[in-house]
Design a binder for this molecule. Structure first.
Ligand code: AMP
Length: 506
């Protein structure tokens, strides 16, 4: 890789094992793919994209099920200099119309089953639509079969976009975050180092790969350290328990760890080769952390990041992993907590979390106004998360600023109330939201999922909160549910809760 080339793929390739026959990934069905397979398959696809007339910088919109071939397509886009634009496979027609209109791709790749619909949407752009199935099939794979298995990777500058990833914001129009080759190289190299990845690692990969967590953090760490992966199409508890004994590292959202705890099959012995469990994308409950440590002997390492910044903070590999915190900033990343005037707040008090570093994205696609709004005049990115930083530099995420409740003019941070409710015997988990209230502006409402066969009383829950927090923070209503609504990344869908409960005070 010439020193002027900052193509992420070139950086991966530098760290590929000397013997490319080494296994890169294996599926639960026993299909094995080596590093050599990844090189030749991605080369064929890169040739095919180039032959289609796509040029460096062109977007390739991809809405497919997870498969080894979908990973090769990502690598092919990197190699040929195209901008990879992955989308959640759950998106429906209207959502796809928005993304295609906004990203203006030069090629769309979709599952064979959705080809007719997507082709209809792509007509306006006159852009080809090819398919990728989960059995190494589909028109894209067929078409690339005759292409050469070697490809000279296109050099890229640090600032060239590698991926256009739409932020999963639950309100407003999704915006495309432009992540550059430089962002991805810097962040992945930092994580490989911080989490001690080596070629001896085998990563349990059950995450989707249309999101930063599964795509950059998980596959990135494996590819940049010459490790291998147990590559699962999705999280299925029994399959994961079956695969874990052969693995050394697992990355997951908190929901995965909760599910492992629900099966008696998950035991100390299941983790006999494991050295690290990593959690992120949503808050890991301290209760889950503790129960997991008791069952498995492992303290889950919690980290924090977002689409626009990749990973920002991480509990340490060696050193104290503090439940309820996301750890100190990663090397090279700066964090600060400020008030509404952008002034620093004293250690331990809640404020807006801002980030600076080589991991921070290049801006929103074709939205310079939105990009400008999200950066301070002195160049810090406003995460929209509210946080505290303790005297040792450990960051705790308290909530999203848009989730903050203002009731009777007073600020309530949902997470603080949730933590009290979660401690109550019989509560599985809770989500606190602000709902329009005729008197207070917003009223605090707690949605509480109880443990199986447990019944709790609204009044008793409110009383417990009152005993521990100021009166104005106590919920005015408690709504009991069997389960909190969560999206595929394990995030509680608060926007949906707010919508469902909109009339609770009317
Ligand atoms: P996304 O852009 O979809 O990756 O979502 C990023 C958001 O997820 C962050 O801004 C946080 O609000 C949340 N998040 C990610 N990791 C954590 C964590 N460990 N604890 C709490 N919230 C998290």
């Amino acid at each position: 890789m010439p020193s002027s080339d900052h193509n992420l793929f070139s950086r991966f390739a530098q760290r590929f094992p000397a013997s490319t026959a080494t296994v890169l990934l294996e599926t639960p069905a026993g299909q094995r793919y080596s590093y050599a397979d990844a090189l030749s398959a991605s080369a064929r696809l890169a040739h095919y994209l180039t032959d289609l007339g796509l040029e460096a910088g062109d977007r390739v919109t991809v809405q497919v099920s997870k498969s080894p071939e979908s990973l090769w397509l990502y690598l092919a886009c990197l190699r040929a200099g195209m901008v990879y634009q992955p989308l959640n496979d759950a998106y429906l027609q209207a959502e796809m119309a928005y993304f295609i209109g906004d990203a203006e791709p030069s090629l769309i790749v979709c599952d064979p089953a959705s080809q007719t619909i997507i082709a209809g949407l792509a007509k306006k752009r006159d852009c080809p639509v090819l398919t990728l199935g989960t059995a190494a099939n589909g028109s894209l794979i067929e078409a690339s079969r005759s292409c050469a298995p070697e490809f000279e990777t296109t050099p890229r500058n640090r600032d060239d976009p590698a991926v256009l990833l739409y932020s999963s914001g639950t309100t407003g129009e999704p915006k495309g975050a432009m992540l550059t080759h430089g962002n991805l190289i810097a962040n992945t190299a930092t994580l490989v180092d911080a989490w001690g990845f080596t070629p001896d690692d085998r990563l349990l990969h059950a995450l989707p790969i249309f999101h930063a967590h599964g795509l950059f953090v998980a596959t990135g760490c494996a590819l940049m350290s010459g490790a291998s992966m147990a590559f699962l199409p999705r999280f299925d508890t029994d399959t994961v328990v079956g695969q874990l004994p052969e693995c050394t590292v697992m990355m997951g959202v908190p929901t995965y760890y909760g599910r492992l705890l629900q099966t008696p099959k998950f035991q100390h012995e299941t983790c006999r080769n494991m050295r690290l469990f990593i959690s992120g994308s949503a808050a890991l409950l301290p209760e889950t952390f503790k129960a997991f440590e008791q069952r498995s002997g492992h303290a889950i390492l919690e980290r924090y990041g977002m689409t626009e910044t990749l990973m920002n903070t991480s509990n340490p590999l060696d050193g104290e992993r503090r439940p309820g915190t996301v750890g100190p900033p990663l090397p090279g990343v700066s964090v600060r907590v400020v008030d509404a005037n952008n002034d620093g707040t004293p250690n331990g008090s809640v404020g807006n979390l801002q980030i600076r570093g080589p991991n921070v994205f290049a801006g929103y696609w074709r939205r310079p106004d939105r990009t400008a709004q999200e950066f301070t005049t002195d160049g810090w990115f406003r995460t929209g998360d509210q946080a505290t930083i303790d005297a040792d530099g450990y960051v705790s995420i308290v909530g999203r600023s848009k989730d903050m409740i203002i009731t009777g003019g007073l600020n309530v941070y949902p997470r603080e109330v949730e933590q009290v409710i979660d401690q109550i015997d019989g509560v599985a988990e809770s989500a606190v939201v602000g709902i329009s209230h005729p008197d207070f502006g917003e009223g605090v409402v707690a949605v509480v999922a109880t443990e199986a066969d447990r019944e709790l009383e609204e009044r008793a829950v409110i009383r417990t909160v009152r005993e521990q927090l100021a009166d104005f923070k106590a919920p005015k209503r408690i709504v009991f549910v069997a389960q909190l609504p969560r999206n595929t990344m394990g995030k509680v869908e608060k926007a949906q809760l707010r919508e469902d409960l909109a009339k609770v005070f009317r």
